[in-house]
Design a protein around this ligand. Structure first.
Ligand code: ADP
Ligand code: MG
Length: 349
Protein backbone atom coordinates (compact mmCIF):
# COMPACT_ATOMS: atom_id res chain seq x y z
CA UNK A 1 0.00 0.00 0.00
CA UNK A 2 2.79 2.42 0.86
CA UNK A 3 4.34 1.57 -2.48
CA UNK A 4 1.14 2.59 -4.31
CA UNK A 5 1.08 6.05 -2.78
CA UNK A 6 1.95 8.95 -5.01
CA UNK A 7 3.69 11.03 -2.39
CA UNK A 8 7.37 11.80 -2.83
CA UNK A 9 9.67 9.57 -0.88
CA UNK A 10 12.15 11.46 1.24
CA UNK A 11 14.10 8.86 3.26
CA UNK A 12 13.89 9.44 7.02
CA UNK A 13 17.68 9.12 7.19
CA UNK A 14 18.10 12.25 5.05
CA UNK A 15 16.56 14.38 7.84
CA UNK A 16 17.93 12.61 10.90
CA UNK A 17 15.86 12.15 14.07
CA UNK A 18 15.77 15.81 15.10
CA UNK A 19 15.09 17.09 11.61
CA UNK A 20 12.26 14.59 11.35
CA UNK A 21 10.68 15.65 14.66
CA UNK A 22 10.96 19.32 13.69
CA UNK A 23 9.25 18.65 10.40
CA UNK A 24 6.45 16.56 11.91
CA UNK A 25 5.56 18.96 14.71
CA UNK A 26 5.95 22.17 12.69
CA UNK A 27 2.19 22.58 11.87
CA UNK A 28 1.07 22.21 15.52
CA UNK A 29 0.15 25.18 17.73
CA UNK A 30 -0.66 25.31 21.45
CA UNK A 31 -4.30 25.95 22.41
CA UNK A 32 -4.64 25.24 26.13
CA UNK A 33 -3.57 27.40 29.06
CA UNK A 34 -2.72 24.18 30.92
CA UNK A 35 0.04 23.38 28.38
CA UNK A 36 2.76 25.35 30.15
CA UNK A 37 5.77 23.80 28.41
CA UNK A 38 5.62 21.85 25.18
CA UNK A 39 7.86 20.11 22.64
CA UNK A 40 11.54 20.97 22.64
CA UNK A 41 12.40 20.47 26.29
CA UNK A 42 13.20 17.34 28.28
CA UNK A 43 9.66 17.31 29.64
CA UNK A 44 6.36 18.95 28.96
CA UNK A 45 4.86 20.87 31.89
CA UNK A 46 1.12 20.59 32.51
CA UNK A 47 -0.45 23.17 34.80
CA UNK A 48 -3.61 21.50 36.17
CA UNK A 49 -5.14 24.91 37.04
CA UNK A 50 -6.55 23.56 40.32
CA UNK A 51 -8.11 20.50 38.68
CA UNK A 52 -7.32 16.80 38.77
CA UNK A 53 -5.23 15.28 36.00
CA UNK A 54 -6.45 12.06 34.34
CA UNK A 55 -4.03 10.11 32.15
CA UNK A 56 -4.35 7.16 29.80
CA UNK A 57 -2.10 5.48 27.24
CA UNK A 58 -2.73 3.10 24.32
CA UNK A 59 -0.71 1.15 21.77
CA UNK A 60 -1.66 0.70 18.14
CA UNK A 61 0.40 -1.96 16.42
CA UNK A 62 0.48 -2.66 12.69
CA UNK A 63 -1.06 -6.04 11.90
CA UNK A 64 -2.73 -6.23 15.32
CA UNK A 65 -4.75 -3.03 15.64
CA UNK A 66 -4.65 -1.82 12.06
CA UNK A 67 -3.90 -3.02 8.55
CA UNK A 68 -2.17 -0.55 6.26
CA UNK A 69 -3.67 -2.48 3.35
CA UNK A 70 -6.92 -0.60 3.81
CA UNK A 71 -6.43 1.99 6.54
CA UNK A 72 -5.28 5.32 5.10
CA UNK A 73 -2.40 6.81 7.11
CA UNK A 74 -4.24 10.05 7.84
CA UNK A 75 -7.18 8.11 9.25
CA UNK A 76 -4.77 6.06 11.33
CA UNK A 77 -3.33 9.22 12.88
CA UNK A 78 -6.79 10.61 13.59
CA UNK A 79 -8.10 7.39 15.07
CA UNK A 80 -5.01 6.88 17.28
CA UNK A 81 -5.83 10.17 18.99
CA UNK A 82 -9.57 9.52 19.19
CA UNK A 83 -9.26 6.13 20.90
CA UNK A 84 -7.16 7.75 23.61
CA UNK A 85 -9.31 10.77 24.27
CA UNK A 86 -12.33 8.47 24.39
CA UNK A 87 -10.80 7.12 27.64
CA UNK A 88 -10.53 10.67 28.97
CA UNK A 89 -14.18 11.34 28.03
CA UNK A 90 -15.11 8.13 29.89
CA UNK A 91 -13.80 9.72 33.12
CA UNK A 92 -16.06 12.74 32.47
CA UNK A 93 -12.89 14.83 32.01
CA UNK A 94 -11.84 17.20 29.22
CA UNK A 95 -8.85 16.08 27.12
CA UNK A 96 -6.13 18.72 26.99
CA UNK A 97 -2.79 17.20 25.89
CA UNK A 98 -1.33 14.18 24.08
CA UNK A 99 2.15 12.70 23.74
CA UNK A 100 2.79 10.67 20.60
CA UNK A 101 5.48 8.00 20.39
CA UNK A 102 6.10 6.36 17.09
CA UNK A 103 8.36 3.47 16.04
CA UNK A 104 8.76 3.15 12.31
CA UNK A 105 10.83 1.16 9.82
CA UNK A 106 12.87 2.85 7.11
CA UNK A 107 10.42 1.58 4.46
CA UNK A 108 8.35 4.60 5.54
CA UNK A 109 9.28 7.80 3.76
CA UNK A 110 9.01 11.10 5.65
CA UNK A 111 5.86 11.90 3.66
CA UNK A 112 4.08 8.82 5.05
CA UNK A 113 4.78 10.01 8.60
CA UNK A 114 3.55 13.46 7.63
CA UNK A 115 0.26 11.86 6.55
CA UNK A 116 -0.10 10.25 9.98
CA UNK A 117 0.69 13.58 11.66
CA UNK A 118 -1.83 15.36 9.42
CA UNK A 119 -4.46 13.03 10.92
CA UNK A 120 -3.11 13.64 14.42
CA UNK A 121 -3.33 17.41 13.83
CA UNK A 122 -6.89 17.14 12.53
CA UNK A 123 -7.86 15.40 15.78
CA UNK A 124 -5.94 17.94 17.91
CA UNK A 125 -7.82 20.76 16.18
CA UNK A 126 -11.20 19.02 16.33
CA UNK A 127 -10.85 18.29 20.06
CA UNK A 128 -8.80 21.38 21.05
CA UNK A 129 -5.89 19.40 22.43
CA UNK A 130 -2.16 20.10 22.35
CA UNK A 131 0.60 17.78 21.18
CA UNK A 132 3.18 18.38 23.93
CA UNK A 133 5.73 15.62 23.42
CA UNK A 134 6.57 12.13 22.32
CA UNK A 135 9.39 9.93 21.17
CA UNK A 136 10.65 8.65 17.85
CA UNK A 137 12.37 5.30 17.33
CA UNK A 138 13.06 2.85 14.55
CA UNK A 139 11.27 -0.48 14.26
CA UNK A 140 12.13 -3.62 12.32
CA UNK A 141 8.66 -5.02 12.64
CA UNK A 142 6.09 -2.60 11.31
CA UNK A 143 4.64 0.62 12.57
CA UNK A 144 3.86 1.10 16.26
CA UNK A 145 2.11 4.17 17.64
CA UNK A 146 1.69 4.85 21.33
CA UNK A 147 -0.35 7.81 22.48
CA UNK A 148 -0.66 9.13 25.99
CA UNK A 149 -3.65 11.37 26.59
CA UNK A 150 -4.03 13.81 29.47
CA UNK A 151 -7.23 15.46 30.62
CA UNK A 152 -8.48 17.74 33.37
CA UNK A 153 -11.60 17.67 35.52
CA UNK A 154 -12.85 19.10 38.77
CA UNK A 155 -12.63 16.50 41.51
CA UNK A 156 -16.41 16.13 41.88
CA UNK A 157 -16.90 15.69 38.12
CA UNK A 158 -14.76 12.57 37.76
CA UNK A 159 -16.72 9.37 37.10
CA UNK A 160 -15.10 5.94 37.53
CA UNK A 161 -16.05 2.39 36.60
CA UNK A 162 -16.82 1.80 40.26
CA UNK A 163 -19.92 3.51 41.63
CA UNK A 164 -22.93 1.84 39.95
CA UNK A 165 -25.72 1.13 42.47
CA UNK A 166 -28.60 -1.37 42.46
CA UNK A 167 -31.64 0.09 40.60
CA UNK A 168 -29.52 2.58 38.62
CA UNK A 169 -30.46 2.98 34.98
CA UNK A 170 -28.02 1.74 32.34
CA UNK A 171 -27.51 4.26 29.56
CA UNK A 172 -25.49 4.31 26.32
CA UNK A 173 -24.76 7.14 23.91
CA UNK A 174 -25.13 6.90 20.13
CA UNK A 175 -25.53 3.55 18.42
CA UNK A 176 -23.55 0.31 18.58
CA UNK A 177 -22.11 -2.34 16.26
CA UNK A 178 -21.46 -0.11 13.25
CA UNK A 179 -17.64 0.04 13.52
CA UNK A 180 -17.39 -3.76 13.58
CA UNK A 181 -19.51 -4.08 10.44
CA UNK A 182 -17.44 -1.37 8.75
CA UNK A 183 -14.40 -3.51 9.45
CA UNK A 184 -16.10 -6.60 7.97
CA UNK A 185 -16.78 -4.67 4.73
CA UNK A 186 -13.19 -3.35 4.58
CA UNK A 187 -11.80 -6.84 5.13
CA UNK A 188 -14.13 -8.36 2.55
CA UNK A 189 -13.17 -5.81 -0.11
CA UNK A 190 -9.48 -6.08 0.79
CA UNK A 191 -9.46 -9.83 0.22
CA UNK A 192 -11.28 -9.37 -3.09
CA UNK A 193 -8.59 -6.84 -4.04
CA UNK A 194 -5.76 -9.21 -3.02
CA UNK A 195 -7.29 -11.98 -5.13
CA UNK A 196 -7.73 -9.68 -8.12
CA UNK A 197 -6.11 -6.22 -7.97
CA UNK A 198 -8.15 -5.09 -11.00
CA UNK A 199 -11.45 -5.48 -9.13
CA UNK A 200 -12.96 -2.21 -7.92
CA UNK A 201 -13.94 -2.36 -4.24
CA UNK A 202 -17.69 -2.22 -3.60
CA UNK A 203 -17.97 0.29 -0.79
CA UNK A 204 -20.97 2.23 -2.02
CA UNK A 205 -23.89 2.48 0.38
CA UNK A 206 -21.77 1.57 3.40
CA UNK A 207 -20.67 5.14 4.24
CA UNK A 208 -21.90 5.30 7.81
CA UNK A 209 -20.38 2.03 9.00
CA UNK A 210 -17.09 2.67 7.13
CA UNK A 211 -16.81 6.08 8.75
CA UNK A 212 -17.52 4.56 12.18
CA UNK A 213 -14.57 2.20 11.60
CA UNK A 214 -12.11 4.51 9.85
CA UNK A 215 -12.92 7.87 11.42
CA UNK A 216 -14.54 7.33 14.80
CA UNK A 217 -15.22 10.26 17.13
CA UNK A 218 -14.77 10.41 20.90
CA UNK A 219 -17.82 11.51 22.89
CA UNK A 220 -16.20 14.54 24.53
CA UNK A 221 -19.54 16.32 24.00
CA UNK A 222 -21.29 14.09 26.55
CA UNK A 223 -19.72 15.89 29.54
CA UNK A 224 -21.52 19.09 28.52
CA UNK A 225 -24.83 17.29 27.79
CA UNK A 226 -24.74 15.69 31.24
CA UNK A 227 -23.92 19.03 32.85
CA UNK A 228 -26.85 20.66 31.04
CA UNK A 229 -29.18 17.88 32.20
CA UNK A 230 -27.84 18.15 35.76
CA UNK A 231 -26.76 14.50 35.80
CA UNK A 232 -23.58 13.02 37.26
CA UNK A 233 -23.39 9.34 36.28
CA UNK A 234 -22.64 6.91 39.08
CA UNK A 235 -20.20 5.01 36.81
CA UNK A 236 -18.93 5.32 33.25
CA UNK A 237 -16.70 3.51 30.71
CA UNK A 238 -16.08 3.90 26.98
CA UNK A 239 -17.25 1.15 24.64
CA UNK A 240 -14.03 0.13 22.93
CA UNK A 241 -14.31 -3.69 23.10
CA UNK A 242 -18.05 -4.21 22.72
CA UNK A 243 -20.92 -3.68 25.15
CA UNK A 244 -20.57 -7.15 26.74
CA UNK A 245 -17.01 -6.70 27.91
CA UNK A 246 -17.65 -3.14 29.17
CA UNK A 247 -20.69 -4.33 31.17
CA UNK A 248 -18.48 -6.95 32.80
CA UNK A 249 -15.81 -4.35 33.65
CA UNK A 250 -18.34 -2.08 35.38
CA UNK A 251 -19.93 -5.11 37.05
CA UNK A 252 -16.58 -6.13 38.50
CA UNK A 253 -15.48 -2.65 39.61
CA UNK A 254 -18.89 -1.65 41.02
CA UNK A 255 -19.73 -5.13 42.45
CA UNK A 256 -23.19 -5.16 40.86
CA UNK A 257 -25.09 -7.15 38.22
CA UNK A 258 -26.80 -5.97 35.03
CA UNK A 259 -30.03 -6.60 33.13
CA UNK A 260 -29.71 -5.38 29.54
CA UNK A 261 -32.75 -5.52 27.24
CA UNK A 262 -31.88 -6.84 23.78
CA UNK A 263 -34.62 -4.81 22.10
CA UNK A 264 -33.36 -1.54 23.62
CA UNK A 265 -29.80 -1.67 22.25
CA UNK A 266 -29.52 1.24 19.80
CA UNK A 267 -28.37 0.29 16.31
CA UNK A 268 -28.35 2.17 13.03
CA UNK A 269 -30.48 0.60 10.29
CA UNK A 270 -27.38 0.20 8.07
CA UNK A 271 -25.72 -1.79 10.87
CA UNK A 272 -28.70 -4.14 11.00
CA UNK A 273 -29.02 -4.60 7.21
CA UNK A 274 -25.26 -5.12 6.76
CA UNK A 275 -25.19 -7.69 9.56
CA UNK A 276 -28.03 -9.56 7.87
CA UNK A 277 -26.25 -9.38 4.52
CA UNK A 278 -23.15 -10.95 6.11
CA UNK A 279 -25.20 -13.55 8.01
CA UNK A 280 -24.26 -12.06 11.36
CA UNK A 281 -26.58 -11.46 14.30
CA UNK A 282 -26.73 -7.64 14.72
CA UNK A 283 -26.93 -7.98 18.51
CA UNK A 284 -23.73 -10.04 18.52
CA UNK A 285 -22.05 -7.20 16.59
CA UNK A 286 -23.21 -4.66 19.19
CA UNK A 287 -22.30 -6.86 22.15
CA UNK A 288 -18.88 -8.05 20.90
CA UNK A 289 -17.90 -5.90 17.96
CA UNK A 290 -16.00 -3.10 19.60
CA UNK A 291 -14.47 0.16 18.41
CA UNK A 292 -17.72 2.11 18.70
CA UNK A 293 -16.19 4.59 21.20
CA UNK A 294 -19.57 5.43 22.65
CA UNK A 295 -20.04 5.78 26.42
CA UNK A 296 -21.78 3.34 28.75
CA UNK A 297 -22.92 4.82 32.06
CA UNK A 298 -25.18 4.19 35.01
CA UNK A 299 -27.36 6.98 36.41
CA UNK A 300 -29.61 7.25 39.43
CA UNK A 301 -33.26 6.23 38.81
CA UNK A 302 -34.12 9.76 40.03
CA UNK A 303 -32.61 11.06 36.77
CA UNK A 304 -35.09 9.10 34.61
CA UNK A 305 -37.24 12.11 33.69
CA UNK A 306 -34.17 14.18 32.77
CA UNK A 307 -32.65 11.61 30.43
CA UNK A 308 -35.57 9.62 28.98
CA UNK A 309 -36.24 11.86 25.95
CA UNK A 310 -32.70 13.03 25.20
CA UNK A 311 -31.74 11.99 21.64
CA UNK A 312 -28.09 11.23 22.57
CA UNK A 313 -28.92 8.77 25.34
CA UNK A 314 -30.71 5.42 25.33
CA UNK A 315 -31.75 3.57 28.48
CA UNK A 316 -30.93 -0.10 27.85
CA UNK A 317 -31.41 -1.71 31.24
CA UNK A 318 -30.89 -1.47 34.96
CA UNK A 319 -28.49 -2.47 37.70
CA UNK A 320 -29.25 -5.44 39.95
CA UNK A 321 -27.58 -7.07 42.91
CA UNK A 322 -24.18 -8.69 42.22
CA UNK A 323 -25.59 -12.15 43.06
CA UNK A 324 -28.12 -11.83 40.24
CA UNK A 325 -25.32 -11.73 37.66
CA UNK A 326 -25.12 -10.11 34.22
CA UNK A 327 -27.84 -11.08 31.76
CA UNK A 328 -29.28 -10.02 28.45
CA UNK A 329 -33.10 -10.12 28.44
CA UNK A 330 -33.99 -11.56 25.04
CA UNK A 331 -36.51 -9.96 22.74
CA UNK A 332 -40.04 -11.38 22.92
CA UNK A 333 -39.34 -14.39 25.12
CA UNK A 334 -37.97 -12.45 28.13
CA UNK A 335 -35.55 -15.36 28.43
CA UNK A 336 -32.26 -14.50 30.17
CA UNK A 337 -28.90 -15.05 28.49
CA UNK A 338 -25.75 -14.72 30.49
CA UNK A 339 -23.41 -11.96 29.29
CA UNK A 340 -19.86 -13.23 28.86
CA UNK A 341 -16.71 -11.59 27.52
CA UNK A 342 -17.37 -13.33 24.18
CA UNK A 343 -20.99 -12.20 24.11
CA UNK A 344 -23.58 -14.13 26.04
CA UNK A 345 -24.72 -17.71 26.56
CA UNK A 346 -28.18 -18.96 27.30
CA UNK A 347 -28.01 -19.86 30.96
CA UNK A 348 -27.28 -23.56 31.37
CA UNK A 349 -25.80 -24.03 27.90
P1 ADP B 1 14.89 12.86 24.45
O1 ADP B 1 16.28 12.76 23.98
O2 ADP B 1 14.72 13.52 25.78
O3 ADP B 1 14.11 11.60 24.29
P2 ADP B 1 13.89 13.73 21.95
O4 ADP B 1 15.00 14.23 21.13
O5 ADP B 1 13.37 12.35 21.70
O6 ADP B 1 14.21 13.93 23.48
O7 ADP B 1 12.67 14.71 21.78
C1 ADP B 1 12.84 16.11 21.68
C2 ADP B 1 11.51 16.77 21.87
O8 ADP B 1 10.63 16.37 20.83
C3 ADP B 1 10.83 16.39 23.17
O9 ADP B 1 10.11 17.52 23.62
C4 ADP B 1 9.91 15.29 22.77
O10 ADP B 1 8.79 15.22 23.65
C5 ADP B 1 9.52 15.69 21.36
N1 ADP B 1 9.23 14.54 20.48
C6 ADP B 1 10.07 13.53 20.14
N2 ADP B 1 9.50 12.68 19.27
C7 ADP B 1 8.25 13.16 19.05
C8 ADP B 1 7.14 12.72 18.24
N3 ADP B 1 7.19 11.61 17.51
N4 ADP B 1 6.01 13.47 18.26
C9 ADP B 1 5.93 14.57 19.03
N5 ADP B 1 6.93 15.04 19.78
C10 ADP B 1 8.07 14.35 19.80
MG1 MG C 1 13.41 10.68 22.70
Amino acid sequence: MLEDKNFSKTPIASLGEFGLIDRLIEPFTIKNESSENSIGDDCAIINPLGKKIVISTDFLTEGVHFNLGYVPLKHLGYKSVVVNISDIAAMNATPTQILVSIAVSNRFPVEALEEIYAGIKLACDRYSIDLVGGDTASSNAGLVINITAIGLANDEEIVKRAGAKVNDLVVVTGDLGAAYLGLQILEREHSVFLANPNMQPEMEGYDYILERQLKPEARTDVKKSLEDLGITPTSMIDISDGLASEILHVSKQSKVGFRIYEDRIPMDSLTVTTAEELNLNPIVCAMNGGEDYELLMTVSPNDFEKIKNHPDFTIIGHVVDEQQGNFLVLKGSQELSQITAQGWNVFGD
